[in-house]
Design a protein around this ligand. Structure first.
Ligand SMILES: Nc1ncnc2c1ncn2[C@@H]1O[C@H](COP(=O)(O)OP(=O)(O)O)[C@@H](O)[C@H]1O
Ligand SMILES: [Mg+2]
Length: 247
């Protein structure tokens, strides 16, 4: 069985996609077979890995228009592309009896081919995210240390509790980690401390610093290890990958 990790936060711009791409690349470099799934209608993950005109995407596969297709990105790393049409998923599938398990069914035959499946969730707690939570083994929550960060976090944790009760008893929160961290900003430092105090077992030791190269790499269709192997961003994601492997 592969481990299925969902990167989730109902807030946008906190580093879900950046983390999915770079943790995926980091796990692949460490020798694991990784499948990324772009579940956001904004398709940032797909485009950021250089796949600009995917003919087959996760939405068409979920609707059984064609068989699921994973595009090779690099050695041991493949991607199921996203699509802007994912925004219709809830409207089209919302009345189906097994609507929360469509992604789970789609991914089942792929397990034997990968060690990790990483899901890049949209910034909303709708049906797509529910599908991700219903099939995930572990959730990781990237958090930007700033005012109101904890509100989003509490909503996610509430939803996790409900999903565990109803849909996926085995779901666990693998961890919360801070992204875009700037230790020079006092507010950020203090917010991080508040979250650490409240959820001591959930907050990871690794933190991703604010780093320009992390924003640049997807514009060239690359992960941080290919684009800037000696950068702070590469070092931070490498440390985070190691920590995730211990959890
Ligand atoms: N650690 C970081 N340092 C600098 N820029 C970052 C960092 N993490 C993410 N970004 C940039 O911030 C923006 C939002 O990140 P993204 O991963 O797309 O967030 P989300 O998927 O949660 O919406 C993107 O432009 C991304 O390149
Ligand atoms: Mg995103």
């Amino acid at each position: 069985m592969s481990k299925i990790i969902a990167f989730t936060n109902q807030k946008g711009g906190v580093g879900k996609t950046t983390s999915a791409a770079n943790i995926g690349a980091g796990l692949a470099r460490a020798g694991h077979r990784v499948l990324l799934v772009d579940l956001d209608p904004q398709v940032n993950l797909t485009h950021g890995l250089g796949l600009l005109d995917a003919e087959f995407n996760v939405y068409g596969a979920l609707l059984h228009e064609y068989k699921v297709k994973a595009y090779p990105i690099q050695e041991r790393l493949a991607l199921i592309a996203g699509s802007p049409t994912l925004s219709s998923f809830e409207k089209v599938k919302g009345d189906e009896l097994d609507r929360e398990f469509l992604l789970k069914d789609l991914l089942e035959p792929l397990h034997e081919r990968c060690d990790y499946i990483l899901l890049d969730c949209p910034p909303a707690l709708g049906l797509i995210t529910l599908n991700a939570y219903a099939c995930a083994t572990d959730l990781y929550i990237p958090l930007e240390a700033q005012l109101y960060a904890t509100e989003g976090l509490e909503k996610v944790l509430e939803m996790v509790a409900r999903v565990k009760r109803r849909l996926n008893p085995g779901l666990k929160v693998g961890g919360i980690f801070f992204t875009r961290f700037d230790s020079r900003k006092v507010l950020r430092r203090e917010t991080a401390e508040v979250v650490r105090d409240k959820y001591p077992d959930l907050v990871l030791t690794s933190t991703i610093r604010e780093a320009i190269a992390l924003g640049e790499a997807p514009h060239l269709g690359q992960d941080i290890f290919s684009y800037a192997p000696t950068s702070a961003g590469a070092a931070d994601y490498e440390t985070l990958v190691k920590e995730i492997l211990t959890r």
